[in-house]
Design a protein around this ligand. Structure first.
Ligand code: ACO
Length: 509
């Protein structure tokens, strides 16, 4: 629930519980008035202030109502007990039946964000979708979501879909923030929707699947502001995971290579991020190295939780190798002397290094990152929404007071490959009813919602995967799946006609 108000020249927008539905922002209203008055022409030509603290104002998560236990999946797949649960760090995996597709997932999460926030659809001036779940080579998911705007009459909504594996959501977030900071901004909010159905063919990648969607409201004066000028990005050409077969939902994946690419991208992004933020610090007279400790929290794209635990160790390894003379007799780096002088690029498959730095960073992992893995451990890899599901999990498990003033690092990785490390600065104001408090409270039911899902035996899960394979791209078709199992308010695919046109319906709230 949102409230707008103006303070001085600059429009301020604050999320408030139990407030009136959102009105057009003061800045836009000023422009509309200006067009009808000669005196206002001068007002229009004056430079307006750069919006402050552009970032995430509200966040909504959708995950499927059914899951399979990873321990049961181990038995069903005939692998050693502990491989998926301890080895990969996964507890459960959410999945969709054939009557959920990428459009229905995104419809559900977008509508949920607007309804729960008491937003009006015409308060949104940009909508971006990040996804790699392609069911149409031309028509964007974004255009399907425009059905939600229909009753409001708002068609003035920029933005379309962005695709590159699990990175599309981050590209959409960056685009949306850039729009708010640009000359094209009309004073309204941007919405970012990212969603995917992460399914693999039978085999060792299947337990690293999942499904879900996240919607984020982007605007100025946000409780989670994107820190400016410090993003570290790494992009290169790799065939680690890709989807060349457009007739199948399944990717072609080189699992080991994808892990190496992920860790290499993390090294590269961290080096760039560190360099940029240190330069900013030097400009204000602070001369010290940036280290893992400067992130109060750190969230990652999470293909499986164990990789994230290793990644925190990897960041510590970066700090250790960059430090001119780390103390290996005491403290954090105690006993790590043998690893001095290593080259990062020689260590990607070095288990000894991995274990040593995982152990050294354990406490930091527990404090900064482990709470962010709630959804990833219980729902699996959601692809584009994964890192934002981690952000939601982190917020859901801390109070506004615990988060206030902190820096949250976020590493986003999409195979192929595109990766960025960026950071969010949490607002200082954690008072009851503050935007931060409202955001955090809105996610407090995450655990309860996860508990409310239905457990399905692996045999049934495998049967549903088969059903999805067989119905993928069928025409004149009503997909199978029980509507009663869906959470209230969930959109589902009702029918595909002879021209591949899809029709959706919503389970009543
Ligand atoms: N008890 C405890 N641990 C076990 C057991 C057991 N009984 N058996 C195996 N393990 C451990 C292994 O030692 C290994 O841990 P380690 O890497 O720390 O040594 C872990 O379980 C996994 O076992 P592997 O044999 O390495 O697994 P496998 O190679 O069969 O598959 C993989 C893992 C490659 C991740 C696969 O699931 C996959 O391809 N997934 C999709 C790709 C992916 O997610 N890539 C990540 C980035 S790209 C993206 O996000 C899509």
């Amino acid at each position: 629930m949102f409230r707008l108000f103006a303070r001085g020249r600059q429009a301020k927008r604050v999320l408030q519980p139990q407030a009136r539905p959102l009105q057009p922002a003061p800045r836009m209203a000023a422009r509309q008035r200006a067009s009808s008055s000669a005196a206002s022409v001068e007002q229009l030509s004056q430079p307006e202030p750069w919006p402050r603290d552009v970032g995430i104002l509200a966040l909504e998560v959708y995950f499927p109502s059914r899951y399979v236990e990873q321990a049961e999946l181990e038995r069903y797949d005939g692998v050693e007990a502990g491989k998926y649960t301890l080895g990969l760090g996964q507890k459960q995996m959410g999945f969709c039946a054939a009557h959920e597709d990428i459009n229905s997932l995104c419809l559900t999460v977008a509508q949920r964000l607007v309804e729960r926030s008491r937003l009006s659809w015409d308060a949104i001036g940009r909508l971006e979708v990040g996804t790699e779940t392609i069911i149409d080579k031309s028509k964007a998911v974004k255009t399907v979501l425009m059905q939600l705007f229909q009753a409001s009459g708002n068609t003035d909504v920029e933005g379309i879909d962005t695709t590159n594996a699990c990175y599309g959501g981050t590209a959409s977030l960056f685009n949306s923030a850039a729009w708010v900071e640009s000359s094209a901004w009309d004073g309204r909010y941007a919405m970012v929707v990212c969603g995917d159905i992460a399914v693999y063919a039978t085999g060792n990648a299947r337990p690293t699947g999942g499904a879900g969607a996240v919607a984020m409201l982007v605007g100025p004066n946000a409780p989670l502001a994107l820190e400016r000028g410090v993003r570290g990005t790494h992009m290169e050409h790799a065939y680690d995971f890709y989807k060349p077969d457009l007739a199948s939902e399944y990717p072609v994946v080189d699992g080991k290579l994808s892990i190496q690419c992920y860790l290499r991208a993390l090294d590269q992004c961290y080096a760039v991020y560190r360099r940029k933020i240190q330069r900013q610090w030097q400009n204000v007279g602070v001369d010290k190295p940036f280290t893992l400790d400067d992130f109060q929290f750190l969230v990652f794209h999470t293909p499986f939780c164990k990789l994230v635990q290793k990644s925190v160790g990897r960041v510590l390894l970066n700090d250790f190798l960059a430090a001119p003379s780390p103390d290996t007799q005491h403290g954090l780096y105690q006993g790590l002397q043998a690893f001095r002088g290593l080259k990062l690029e020689d260590t990607y498959s070095d288990k000894e290094v991995e274990k040593a730095f995982q152990k050294a960073s354990l406490e930091m992992f527990n404090q900064k990152t482990k709470p962010s893995l709630l959804l990833a451990a219980r729902n699996g890899n959601m692809y584009t929404p994964s890192v934002y599901g981690c952000l939601a999990s982190l917020l859901a498990q801390h109070s506004a007071q615990q988060l206030a003033g902190s820096r949250i690092g976020a590493f986003s990785y999409g195979s192929g490959l595109a990766a960025s490390l960026f950071s969010l600065r949490v607002s200082q104001d954690a008072a009851p009813g503050s935007p931060l408090d409202t955001l955090v409270s809105s996610l407090s039911d995450l655990q309860t919602r996860l508990d409310a899902r239905k457990r399905v035996p692996p045999e049934e899960f495998a049967g549903i995967m088969k059903q999805r394979e067989e119905s993928h791209h069928l025409v004149n078709h009503t997909p199978a799946g029980s509507r009663e199992d869906l959470f209230p308010g969930t959109w589902y695919l009702e029918q595909v006609d002879d021209k591949h046109r899809r029709q959706y319906a919503r389970r009543p709230l």
